[in-house]
Design a protein around this ligand. Structure first.
Ligand code: CDP
Ligand code: CDP
Length: 206
């Protein structure tokens, strides 16, 4: 049965971590849709026109290393304001969402635009300071030298771009369950998400 779980939220709210665990618990496939925009953003940085890059995107583009860098995240949110780029990525995401065995997709517009009919929708948030701290810690762990204030500035700029764009802005679907992870541990956030999905009819894999 195709059971779709849509998980949206701003950068570093914890949606990716929740999505991976939810996919494991409910035994379904997971698509991090941010990677699609990051792959297009990366190709734009390499000099390719973003609309052509989005139309030519293939699975191999999502497996290459280096999509998680701050520069590529910034480029992703810039190409994500282009309606033709978004349009080129819709069919792939919808086909993924309706696959047999169910699917969890995380991003910005999954519950509102890509899968408005999703059986379960979550909207994950956290304060900008906490989100910037999480990203900062990730960069430090990866051995990158970054300035915290700069990371916080980037988080705020990306929020503004994602919430302010005309096409598919970041906002909760009316029927989404909101989870604020500001003061939650990963385990608490995951448990809250699982309970919300079960309340919408999700059945754990045995
Ligand atoms: O996918 P998204 O950008 O929303 O965030 P993430 O990659 O899931 O989480 C960003 C970082 O915050 C990761 O290093 C998580 O381990 C951490 N995190 C946390 O500390 N507490 C939470 N409740 C959720 C995530
Ligand atoms: O992990 P993080 O939340 O920092 O970013 P991401 O999910 O990898 O997404 C990177 C950028 O792609 C976002 O800032 C959005 O501008 C864009 N994006 C989007 O517009 N729609 C989606 N469904 C997913 C990502």
């Amino acid at each position: 049965m195709a059971f779709t779980i849509a998980i949206d939220g701003p950068a570093a709210s914890g949606k990716g971590t929740i999505s991976r665990e939810v996919a494991r618990v409910f035994g379904c496939a997971h698509l991090d849709t941010g990677l699609l925009y990051r792959a297009v953003g990366r190709r734009m940085l390499d000099g390719e026109p973003p609309i052509e890059a989005a139309r030519a995107l293939c699975a191999a583009d999502l497996e290459v290393e280096g999509l998680r860098t701050p520069g590529v995240g910034d480029a992703a949110s810039k190409v994500a304001v282009i309606p033709e780029v978004r349009a080129a990525l819709v069919d792939f995401q919808r086909a993924f969402a309706r696959r047999d065995g169910g699917a969890v997709l995380d991003g910005r517009d999954i519950g509102t635009v890509i899968c408005p009919e999703a059986e379960a929708k979550l909207f994950v948030i956290a304060s900008p300071e906490v989100r910037a701290r999480r990203r900062y810690d990730e960069y430090v762990t990866a051995g990158e030298s970054v300035d915290f204030d700069r990371v916080l500035e980037d988080v705020r700029a990306r929020d503004e771009r994602d919430m302010g764009r005309a096409d598919a802005p970041l906002r909760p679907a009316e029927d989404a369950v909101q989870i604020d992870t500001t003061t939650l541990s990963i385990d608490e956030a995951v448990a809250t998400a699982i309970a919300a999905i079960e309340a919408r009819g999700g059945v754990r894999a045995s």
